[in-house]
Design a protein around this ligand. Structure first.
Ligand SMILES: Cc1cc2nc3c(=O)[nH]c(=O)nc-3n(C[C@H](O)[C@H](O)[C@H](O)COP(=O)(O)OP(=O)(O)OC[C@H]3O[C@@H](n4cnc5c(N)ncnc54)[C@H](O)[C@@H]3O)c2cc1C
Length: 189
């Protein structure tokens, strides 16, 4: 793997660093901007997201055709480190879990129609999403082979049976990616 930091990545790094310093850290210092869970409150988040977007510092991790800048893994490591100087940073740049991982899964695995319906609203910052994997004991956590939730095909739908917990952002999420078992083969979760 080539760990060279290109001039483009260095430029993003510097711009993100300045944005975090000038725009986000002053907001984080103000207790009024915190919600009950210790995240940035919605009314404070939206103007910062708009500003980050206007400055071209938005969804950098995604491919250009999806609406990102194709940062790659080295660029993500460099830029995410700068974003995380503030606990509010990643969400401002639309690079925070669970949306971040969900967007990458959808970008890689979804059909064009699924991307239009599920991915683009997250990319555009219109909705938040969640990821439902972890289950209460004896279900799956670190080891997905232990997953108990099943998805059984029924015509053109799936019937899901199971219980999930620890779903970050579940209350605000417009849609979820759910991990479930589709066969008894331990390798086919
Ligand atoms: C802040 C936070 C946010 C989270 N958000 C989400 C979310 O959005 N969606 C979601 O689905 N989950 C979420 N989780 C849950 C998280 O993904 C799980 O806690 C994690 O996967 C570990 O699972 P577990 O807690 O069941 O622990 P376990 O899987 O029970 O693991 C406990 C210990 O046992 C070890 N272990 C487990 N299985 C094996 C094995 N087969 N062999 C040997 N050792 C093993 C592990 O390494 C670990 O040390 C979140 C957790 C936190 C703390």
């Amino acid at each position: 793997m080539d760990f060279t930091i290109s001039p483009e990545i260095e430029d993003y790094r510097q711009r993100i660093s300045r944005f975090v310093e000038d725009e986000i850290l002053p907001v984080e210092m103000n207790r009024d901007s915190w919600d009950a869970h210790g995240n940035i409150a919605h009314d404070w988040l939206e103007p910062l997201r708009e500003k980050a977007r206007a400055e071209g510092l938005w969804c950098l991790q995604l491919r250009p055709e999806t609406g990102g800048r194709g940062l790659g893994k080295v660029g993500m490591a460099v830029c995410y480190e700068e974003m995380n100087r503030s606990i509010f940073g990643p969400v401002v740049f639309n690079s925070a879990a669970p949306d971040d991982g969900n967007m990458m899964v959808l970008e890689k695995a979804a059909t064009d129609a699924q991307k239009e319906r599920w991915l683009q609203p997250i990319v555009q910052g219109k909705v938040r999403s969640a990821f439902a994997m972890t289950e209460p004991h004896p279900g799956g956590g670190s080891d997905p082979g232990m997953m108990l939730t099943t998805a059984k095909k029924d015509g053109d739908k799936y019937i899901i049976k199971g219980r999930k917990w620890f779903i970050t952002g579940a209350e605000d999420a417009k849609h979820f990616i759910l991990m479930a078992r589709t066969s008894d083969d331990p390798r086919r979760v």
